[in-house]
Design a protein around this ligand. Structure first.
Ligand SMILES: C[S@@+](CC[C@H](N)C(=O)[O-])C[C@H]1O[C@@H](n2cnc3c(N)ncnc32)[C@H](O)[C@@H]1O
Length: 272
């Protein structure tokens, strides 16, 4: 597994399922990948806008302002680093999916950066989290994690998250599903999700369930971001992901994968 991805791997992944095969090379493969993706999605929007249904125009995002706001999201409750928040927002901006889902929101430290990016083009970010101790401890053996969750004021975290959504002005972009993944999943159709960020319960059983049940909801060519890939409890789940998805970017504790686009079957024309 390349870590960080070697340029040839990223470019091969970036080419799949798209009509161009010329990808700019730069010293940073992640930046090359994003700019390629951005041209694909903005180009596609421009092509569609010449058609009969013109999508709402949001104009190009003010990247400096966006970066400043993302820096400010570090004050929210949670664990998302500035580097990861930036990478999430960059991916959203480049891929521009209509539907983004996060499993495991907590204080919104990873969800709000994605929402700030999605707001620039009218995308929607769904936050799935029951904000309950029972869900956080499902499948958790006794230990440090159990002690930590049993002491936390989860209602306070939820209230501060809602305040954060308003403070960052993303209330029209975010839809909150205060429910466990097993309930919220009913609201999403197969292939509907363009980006899925998985950062919920990290036990072996639950993390596997997220991938088995939510994986089919990701669009072909869409993205899966997995957090805490270095946790022992998630090792089997990471193996499962890596057997099904293409690596795009890998950090020490999180990784971005792409769902492969199935090859188009070439069939002989039907006999008349
Ligand atoms: C590690 S925190 C999320 C951190 C956040 N994404 C960040 O970057 O700061 C994990 C969250 O997963 C939530 N969670 C636990 N079980 C869940 C489930 N079955 N479905 C959705 N969320 C769940 C917990 O309530 C908790 O808020």
């Amino acid at each position: 597994m390349p870590c960080p991805p070697d340029p040839s791997r990223v470019l091969r992944v970036a080419r799949q399922g798209v009509e161009h095969d010329v990808v700019p090379l730069s010293s940073n493969p992640w930046k090359s990948f994003l700019s390629f993706l951005y041209r694909q999605t903005v180009g596609a929007t421009a092509r569609r806008s010449r058609g009969p249904t013109r999508p709402e125009h949001h104009g190009p995002p003010d990247v400096n302002l966006l970066h400043e706001s993302i820096r400010a999201t570090q004050s929210l409750d949670g664990w998302c680093s500035l580097e990861k928040a930036q990478a999430l927002a960059d991916l959203v901006l480049a891929a521009r999916p209509a539907c983004i889902v996060e499993i495991g929101v907590f204080g919104g430290r990873s969800l709000i950066p994605m929402a700030l990016a999605a707001r620039t083009y009218g995308g929607r970010v769904h936050g799935v989290d029951p904000w309950s101790k029972e869900a956080a401890l499902e499948g958790e053996p006794d230990g440090e994690n159990r002690d930590w969750w049993s002491q936390i004021d989860i209602e306070g975290v939820y209230d501060r998250f809602l305040i954060g959504v308003r403070r960052f002005g993303v209330q029209d972009t975010v839809r909150v599903h205060r429910a466990p993944d097993t309930t919220a999943i009913r609201e999403f159709a197969a292939g509907q999700i363009g980006i899925l960020h998985v950062d919920g319960n990290h036990s072996a059983e639950v993390s596997r369930r997220y991938i088995e049940q939510w994986g089919p909801k990701i669009t072909a060519g869409g993205y899966l971001i997995m957090d805490d890939i270095d946790w022992r409890s998630q090792a089997e789940t990471i193996k499962l992901i890596e057997s099904m998805y293409e690596p795009v970017r890998r950090d020490k504790s999180w990784a971005i994968y792409r769902k492969p686009v199935p090859a188009v079957e070439s069939r002989p024309p039907a006999a008349a």
